[in-house]
Design a protein around this ligand. Sequence first.
Ligand code: SDX
Length: 378
Amino acid sequence: MTVGEYKPGLEGIPAAQSSISYVDGQKGILEYRGIRIEELAQQSTFLETAYLLIWGILPTREELKQFEDDIRYHRRIKYRIRDMMKCFPETGHPMDALQASAAALGLFYSRRALANPNYIREAVVRLLAKIPTMVAAFQLMRKGNDPVRPRDDLDYAANFLYMLHEREPDPLAAHIFDVCLTLHAEHTINASTFSARVTASTLTDPYAVVASAVGTLAGPLHGGANEEVITMLEEIGSVENVRPWLDTSLERKTKIMGFGHRVYKVKDPRATCLQGLAEQLFEKFGHDKYYDIAIELEKAVEEKLGHKGIYPNVDFYSGLVYRKMGIPEDLFTPVFAIARVAGWLAHWKEQLDENRIYRPTQIYKGEHGNPYIAIEQR
Ligand code: SDX
């Protein structure tokens, strides 16, 4: 077996063959199963998009209704999982709570019958249905409240906002939240999806696959950046301070959160979509001064780093959208995870078809032939 050239972070190294999504980083193109993300954001819904990603085809009206009904039916979580979550410390990060509770689903549902097509559909439905409920439940429990039951009369996005805020969701906010889920659903072989594929390749259960991916997404260089962006904008504090702050940050060689991407060397098309959604929310619910700071920062970063292909990524504007919807900052990444479960499940299913465990090689840089030295002589 010939050993290929090592590239840190596997940059430019294909780690999978996939037909789920496609990114052209130079042209700023993202397609899910060949359909441009802008079209799906405008015309589809998150659940229809999830179906497309996972089964590779847009559902008929009947297929979509059955999928939506099945997910609606499975939204509740077992009282044992709720009781387990009640023991989580209120100060714990919601991504850690989500990772633990996603893995716990495996205790109840992971009959390892991967050959059973119903098992695959059941796991897809249960994870898409229960992840939002667990995110909302942890939020209410850490405030000392009992989690509210999902409402069958609300669609997927509206129900999440209802469970989170315990009030009737605004229709525009619910629609925009659904579009955000579509925008975040899938993005080729990013770090958390790679984790999902590696975990899936051992034929473990899909709940462990999702728990593995949640842990990866939590990092500030990946899904955790959306939360960091708000902290950064608050630290900048004013439009006037944008450039002085940026100069200091660049002198310190700190990464500007929400900017840069391993693949996109132009503005992430999702950032453009999210900017438009933010402006719709500001029009209805009032402006956010941090948007003005964000716009100024985008201009300043382009001046300084545009030549390096560093532009806003998906995380730069998403936090401003979620804030305006009243979603707490430390729930921004769990919200990202709610959406990305669709992509992770699509890759889980595709990896099962690949049927080959991931086992790369390494370039050994250590020593050989060292003697064992007794502890008395060390
Ligand atoms: C997501 O992969 C995906 O698809 C991820 C994602 C998805 O949908 O799954 O799109 C979601 O994770 C978006 C990224 C969110 N993360 C952030 O916003 C954190 C800030 N971004 C950076 O950490 C960085 O841009 C990464 C991690 C996103 C990409 O890093 P790379 O590809 O490893 O780039 P690099 O670190 O090799 O940097 C190349 C150069 C360096 O300068 P030089 O040493 O060559 O002079 O660009 C600079 C870096 O210093 N650079 C930045 C920068 N990002 C890269 N400089 C300042 N600020 C930044 N944000």
